[in-house]
Design a protein around this ligand. Sequence first.
Ligand code: PBG
Length: 326
Amino acid sequence: MNLTDRPRRLRRDGIREMVSETDVEASDLIAPVFVDATTDERVPIETMPGHERVPISDAVARVEEVLETGVEAVMLFGIPESKDERGSRAWAEDGVVQEATRRVTAETDAYVITDVCLCEYTDHGHCGVLENHAEEDARLTVKNDETLDLLGKIAVSHAEAGADMVAPSGMMDGMVGAIRESLDDAAFSDVPIMSYAAKYESAFYGPFRDAADGAPAFGDRRHYQMDPANRREAIREVELDAEQGADVLMVKPALPYLDIVADLRDEFDHPIAAYNVSGEYAMLHAASEKGWLDLEEVALESLVSIKRAGADLILTYFAEDIADVL
Ligand code: PBG
């Protein structure tokens, strides 16, 4: 037998690192942070071990913990003190995300990205204004165009508070264009938009919905988030966001959708982000608690895989832990 090509030659220590194709660095990671206006103390999030909802008064301290690990960017989510049918606390000047953003941008060097959506702010938990609200049945639909005006107002209120970037996650058609126009009209043409461009209707969001208290009170999000069965549709969907001026294109969830990440990498020259969501985090934690997996190794392998598929940025609840070991 004459084997001329032996890939194993390059797998030894010494050369292995030098020929490695993919690197995960702390500066690729964005850490989600939950700020809760209903509490004066930190509240552990049971389904996401190691994560907490923090009161507004602790937002700066929480972000400083993130920065200490080498992670430079955070994504802020808010739990408001009260909810209503239209989610009006989402664009309040003294709202939870606005208040936290003001403090964090004034007192730290973190790059602050804010989630722009209504589901944590509406009493029904949907990502927009509802039709047939009284009936609370399966015919419920989120009214697309009426929701766009509200998303524009939310984005501007975040920018006024100092947000460096806004990230609309509601999957309304035209949301990126509407937000771009609102930001530009309010003289925030320098604030970029990271669109949750291909966001699937996924059961992997379960733990987050506990964390952020944003589960729909009835019905589901199938009529606005994407069908997990669809791959080609992601290109059409993302193309629209790119045309409307999205600066960064996100795929969500990450691991079960790496084909989509790879497709977007091929089709677009924009930076691609992937959201390694709460369920992806929770399942690795659960298995490691049982002693079935090594948490640090599977977490790092997950992030390497997401980058290898083509992501430039990763939103992940592992950000701090992994940055610490990099
Ligand atoms: C809000 C939003 C959700 C997530 C991020 N932004 C929940 C949802 O769409 O139901 C999920 C994040 C995660 O699971 O980690 N629209």
